[in-house]
Design a binder for this molecule. Sequence first.
Ligand SMILES: Cc1cc2nc3c(=O)[nH]c(=O)nc-3n(C[C@H](O)[C@H](O)[C@H](O)COP(=O)(O)OP(=O)(O)OC[C@H]3O[C@@H](n4cnc5c(N)ncnc54)[C@H](O)[C@@H]3O)c2cc1C
Ligand code: SF4
Length: 462
Amino acid sequence: MQNFVTTGREEPLKEDVSRRIHTFEEIYEFFNNRVVARQADRCVQCGDPFCTTNGCPLQNYIPQWLEAIAEKDLEKAFLLSNETSPFPEILGRICPHNRVCEGACTLDDGYGAITIGAIEASITDLAFKAGYRLPFPGITREQRVAVIGSGPAGMSCAHFLLRAGIKVDMFERADIPGGLLAYGIPGFKLDKWTVSHRFEILQQAGLTLHLDTAVGVDVSFADLRRDYDAIFLGIGATNGKLPGIPGEDHEQVFLAMEFLTSVQRRLAGKSWMERFSVRGKRVVVVGGGDTAMDCVRSAVREGAASVVCLYRRDADNMPGSAKEFHNAMEEGVDFMFFEAPQKIDINKDGDIVGVDAIRTELAEPGPDGRRRVKTVPGSEHCVATDVVIMALGFDQEPHPFLTENGITMEQWGNIAIDNTTGETSLPGIYAGGDCQRGADLAVTAAADGRRAAFGIMQQLLG
Ligand SMILES: Cc1cc2nc3c(=O)[nH]c(=O)nc-3n(C[C@H](O)[C@H](O)[C@H](O)COP(=O)(O)OP(=O)(O)OC[C@H]3O[C@@H](n4cnc5c(N)ncnc54)[C@H](O)[C@@H]3O)c2cc1C
Ligand code: SF4
């Protein structure tokens, strides 16, 4: 270990830009056995590993699995990595590592952080390829739990309950499982097989999936309360936000998830909507987070004539992953920083011709410490476009069954919980992920799902 002086940080190989912009296939080729051991061998094995204690929302055993793989013990690294994380090969691909584990790594200051994300994805990929399987006991208990929503929060809760031998039924209103991992995050970041493979594992472990089943519509919440010993709510925050500007109801103004879902449904051979096609069109995407990066990069692959990202702060203040911003730049996306949309410009034929925008600048920090934005008077101008995609974040979707059953909600419609157990105000009903914390990350949703699984186990098994 501690080879960081002689061995530099290596990134996984990336598909050449000229080829990757024509496909939705993953752009990274993760490490082979030799490279993964060499990169892990750089780790200092810190006494207080900030990667875990400060960086990782799951508090993964990062130094331990780095040491195991540096010693070429793939099985041990695989088991350690899967001990705390319900899907390390997924989070190794999509976590904003610069903001979590790698951003907290001691070596990030000068030598280059350990490539924790790529090593994490590589370990589980290599182990599955080598034939290693995760140990699940089978259903050994009489208790049954219903999980509503199949995104990272629901997947994680189900994973840890199944590991304790508890039967899990999962209810998902979509036609495929995975939540935003399925129809939100595109294949160039997360291969769809990786998600469906995790569901195969969960189903082999005893999960029963009920797809096309919306709770509150196709099955009542009261019936689930009667039939199950506990319920986990992992129903996400799915209502796309609009800026509230004139012209935003034009049919060529899309919400990010309308566009991404339509593209991914077509790629999956399912029904999709021609209205969301951007082939040959000029596209402006408004927003600067992960969702905006997925939209701009999808629009490039869909054959847009040009793609511009309009963001009201600058690159240093973008909320998403720095890696994905750089990938978007490489793929030819034009970034216009310090810009806020004011109005959609529509000509007399009813077609969009541009977005009227105004320049912005950073102002004093708000209560969250983040610098606010103010507009610069007199700086209005038009950015020419045919299509506008709004990627401005998500609000909670009102689910009447929550309030009808007396579940307490917080400000902004987030479900209120006990922070230790994840239990809501209704005994036996737990919640986590975006529906409880607001739109955030897959890894925080996974941590919430795990917390609730432990809360449920405490309640059911003592
Ligand atoms: C485009 C996009 C890109 C992103 N990129 C990243 C990234 O790179 N890295 C990252 O860490 N995070 C990313 N995120 C955020 C991340 O995907 C979410 O934070 C995470 O998926 C939240 O998980 P969840 O399980 O709480 O909710 P979701 O993933 O939203 O899953 C909720 C599920 O509940 C289902 N559901 C809702 N109501 C019902 C009901 N009544 N009955 C049955 N089912 C129901 C929904 O259909 C959905 O499948 C991205 C988000 C988007 C939109
Ligand atoms: S902080 Fe970096 S160097 Fe230290 S244990 Fe974690 S990965 Fe290794």
